[in-house]
Design a binder for this molecule. Structure first.
Ligand code: ADP
Ligand code: MG
Length: 266
């Protein structure tokens, strides 16, 4: 931790407020939120439904702007950037992973992952190299030509993680990435995040599952739009330990696509 803190913070949030103005009343989704995140941290954002977690992620991901307060991302005050510069900055710095995967159903895994590179004007051969590399990182090179409906939930989320990695972002923002997954697939996703974090990526992950949060190194707790807790975790659970046990129980080795879903190809 001390090592980490000697660097500059990658995220500084100061007195951040987000207010939604509804017909006749104001909804305070975030109130006076202040914290810093350093490169290489792995942070869980927790709190009951409606506590402002997604609103926070949208602001951190530069998808939404705060009503007041400051947000500094990698030494840049993002509230001062124009939309076009902001979009370029966001694409370079941040990879997003969502609860509902957000893949395009008509594109296969390769094409879904390739999409951000197409927008970025990367050449065809470079695209192929990068897509194959990130799909191997999530152990899905053998599912490259499957469409989302031909993959299990866990595999679909791993494609989405691969897509988040193509521009080599230093920060990954994940909003309930295991929310729609069974325990084992959730652990597989956490194992990928833990590996990425070991390699130096900063990860911020929203979850309401205690077991998932225990895989991270720090927990920020929100309630009613306020940050009410910030604790470091000394001994995060290792997903790899959980998965090792699973593999020992041969009965449970049924994660990968069943023949029934393979048959849905047309
Ligand atoms: P969480 O992700 O913790 O469940 P959210 O950040 O989605 O919480 O929402 C926080 C509060 O802000 C909730 O009361 C929600 O209804 C409200 N809210 C979120 N987005 C909007 C919006 N676009 N317009 C109005 N209210 C919103
Ligand atoms: Mg939410």
């Amino acid at each position: 931790m001390n090592n980490i803190k000697r660097k500059q913070p990658v995220i500084v949030v100061q007195n951040l407020t987000k207010t939604y103005f509804m017909n006749s009343f104001e909804l305070h989704a975030l109130q006076n939120v202040t914290f810093e995140i350093y490169p290489g941290e792995f942070v869980a954002v927790m709190g009951p439904s409606g506590s402002g977690k997604s609103t926070l992620m949208n602001v951190l991901g530069c998808l939404d702007t705060p009503t007041s307060g400051q947000y500094i991302l990698d030494q840049q005050d993002v509230s001062r950037l124009k939309e076009k510069t902001l979009a370029a900055f966001r694409n370079k710095k941040i990879g997003f992973v969502f609860q509902n995967f957000n893949l395009l159903p008509k594109l296969n895994a390769f094409q879904n992952v390739e999409l951000p590179l197409l927008y970025g004007g990367v050449s065809r051969t470079d695209r192929r190299d990068i897509v194959e590399k990130v799909l191997s990182e999530v152990s899905l090179k053998d599912r490259m030509y499957h469409r989302p409906n031909q993959l299990s939930g866990g595999q679909t989320q791993r494609v989405a993680i691969a897509r988040a990695l193509v521009n080599n972002p230093s920060i990954i923002l994940a909003d309930e990435p295991t929310g729609n997954l069974d325990t084992r697939s959730g652990e597989e996703v956490m194992q990928i995040f833990q590996t990425l974090n070991d390699e130096g990526k900063t990860i911020i992950l929203v979850t309401h599952e205690l077991d998932i949060s225990r895989h991270t190194k720090r927990i920020l707790r929100f309630r009613d739009g306020r940050l009410e807790g910030d604790e470091g975790m000394d001994h995060p659970l290792l997903a790899v330990d959980f998965l090792k046990e699973f593999i020992d129980h041969k009965d449970n080795q049924d994660d990968f696509v069943t023949s029934a879903t393979e048959l849905t190809q047309d």
